[in-house]
Design a protein around this ligand. Structure first.
Ligand SMILES: [Zn+2]
Length: 218
């Protein structure tokens, strides 16, 4: 209750006599309103990569989403075999990859937003991790496609944030221990320090990205 910054006695009074809220000070109404809004914001981190699945999660792992399709792998495999094929022009191979990625990302973001909308939140903040690498790289292309897919589909009052994604894939969400050994070869997360376990390490990265976003929002 301290977070609301309205005297406890007053809050109890309003709870007992909600009709008295009409006489309540504007600054108190604003504080109560802010508190309610703040606690209904769903902050969803998104982890993405060149070959990995797209994963999303809120900071406490109560909302998670994983792209279960194999499409990402298949698109890159096809692209590589087109590059090896001397009959196929490299630019054409790249434009086919781009179209394939765009279609797949639009489909995945549709699925994600559909599931986000099922949660009972007031507003959603989508948090994307900035990898900070060259703008010509595949992660950048995927990042841009995801950013615009969300921008086109989100509600007007939802937000998109970009955070530095350093260490988000190797940090334990429970004890904050950072080591690459927390990630197992089979795509699982097991903290070497406190033993925290989760069956998908990309979801943990997404949860850590959400946590970074949450710090920016509140
Ligand atoms: Zn730990």
């Amino acid at each position: 209750m301290k977070q609301i910054e309205v005297p406890n006695m007053l809050l109890k009074h309003y709870k007992r006599h909600p009709d008295k809220l009409i006489n309540c000070k504007v600054k108190h109404i604003q504080k109560i309103d802010n508190y309610v809004r703040r606690n209904k914001v769903n902050t969803v981190g998104i982890d993405l990569g060149k070959y990995r699945f797209l994963a999303a999660s809120n900071s406490d792992l109560t909302f998670t989403f994983v792209d279960e399709h194999n499409t990402f792998f298949q698109l890159f495999r096809k692209y590589e075999s087109r590059l090896e094929d001397k009959q196929v022009d490299n630019n054409k191979a790249y434009s086919k990859l781009k179209t394939g990625l765009k279609n797949h990302i639009n489909q995945v973001i549709n699925e994600l937003i559909e599931q986000v909308n099922e949660t009972n939140s007031f507003q959603t903040v989508f948090v994307l991790g900035d990898h900070g690498s060259s703008h010509l790289s595949f992660p950048s292309l995927i990042f841009d496609l995801i950013y615009f897919a969300i921008k086109q589909r989100k509600h007007e009052y939802d937000e998109i944030l970009i955070v530095d994604e350093s260490f988000t894939s190797i940090e334990c969400p429970k004890c904050q221990k950072r080591t690459s050994q927390n990630r197992t070869k089979s795509n699982r997360f097991r903290c070497t320090h406190c033993g925290f376990y989760y069956p998908n390490d990309d979801v943990i990265a997404a949860a850590n990205i959400a946590k970074k976003g949450k710090l920016l929002v509140f």
